[in-house]
Design a protein around this ligand. Structure first.
Ligand SMILES: *Cc1c(COP(=O)(O)O)cnc(C)c1O
Length: 227
């Protein structure tokens, strides 16, 4: 069986290759290692091989891994749905939240972010396919939410995130990512500085990189299937 160290090296090479293929800088795309439902031993193996950024979907599981890796200087990203009653521990322990879709949640995170930690990095999640069941705001609501979040003192608005419906074909995969990129460009035209597009997972990261992704969130291709 191929291990985490080998997978990590292959994926990092591939991200650099794809960035160049898409006429971007080889270091333009950051790998976020999604460790949800994998043991902390895998996080430590990836950290030993040089991986710094890790993503978790569930608060308690993420906190346990953060506690068990204190000495490693890792950067923790919360990428799951955030309930209002869980904001405090997230504000106190994570470095990024990718899934903000309500001003109320953002306000709480800003109020609860400890001064000593520096601002919490935020991406706004867009429901790019208009799915009724899914988290994320509609594109229409984005300009107002972005303007409000940008003013919260203990948050740093970094950009946008999406989780499109799975599409098999490369061109079809590009389409929602292209729309997210254009939404970020439009925010920039309105004077909001954003530098992050959090898009692309194991099955569609090539398409996301072609459309300007700066953070790909990869679980399965790095750590194998989840339990
Ligand atoms: C689980 C998850 C990922 C990783 O998905 P893989 O297909 O395993 O790479 C990325 N982003 C989010 C929001 C997730 O929930």
């Amino acid at each position: 069986m191929i291990g985490v160290t080998e997978n990590l090296a292959l994926i990092k090479d591939l991200l650099a290759f794809l960035a160049v293929e898409a006429e971007r800088e080889p270091g333009a795309v950051k790998l976020l290692a999604v460790s949800k439902k994998h043991p902390v031993s895998m996080v430590l193996a990836a950290a030993k091989a040089g991986q710094r950024d890790f993503g978790e979907n569930f608060v308690q599981e993420g906190l346990a891994k953060i506690d068990q890796t204190r000495g490693e200087n890792l950067i923790w990203h919360f990428i799951g749905h955030l309930q209002a009653n869980k904001t405090r521990v997230v504000a106190e322990n994570f470095d990024w939240v990718h899934t903000i879709d309500q001003l109320k949640t953002a306000r709480r995170l800003s109020e609860q972010r400890p001064e000593a930690l520096g601002p919490l990095n935020i991406c706004l999640q867009i429901n790019v396919d208009g799915e009724g069941s899914k988290s994320g705001i509609s594109p229409d609501a984005l300009p107002d939410l972005a303007a409000s979040v940008a003013e919260l003192p203990r948050l740093a608005l970094r950009g946008l995130m999406c989780l499109p419906i799975a599409r098999l074909d490369f061109e079809a995969q590009r389409e929602p990512f292209a729309r997210l990129r254009k939404m970020a460009e439009s925010l920039r035209d309105h004077g909001l500085v954003t530098d992050t597009l959090s898009m692309g997972m194991s099955g569609d990261f090539r398409a996301a990189i072609y459309e300007g992704s700066t953070i790909v969130r990869i679980g399965t291709a790095l750590f194998g299937p989840r339990q």
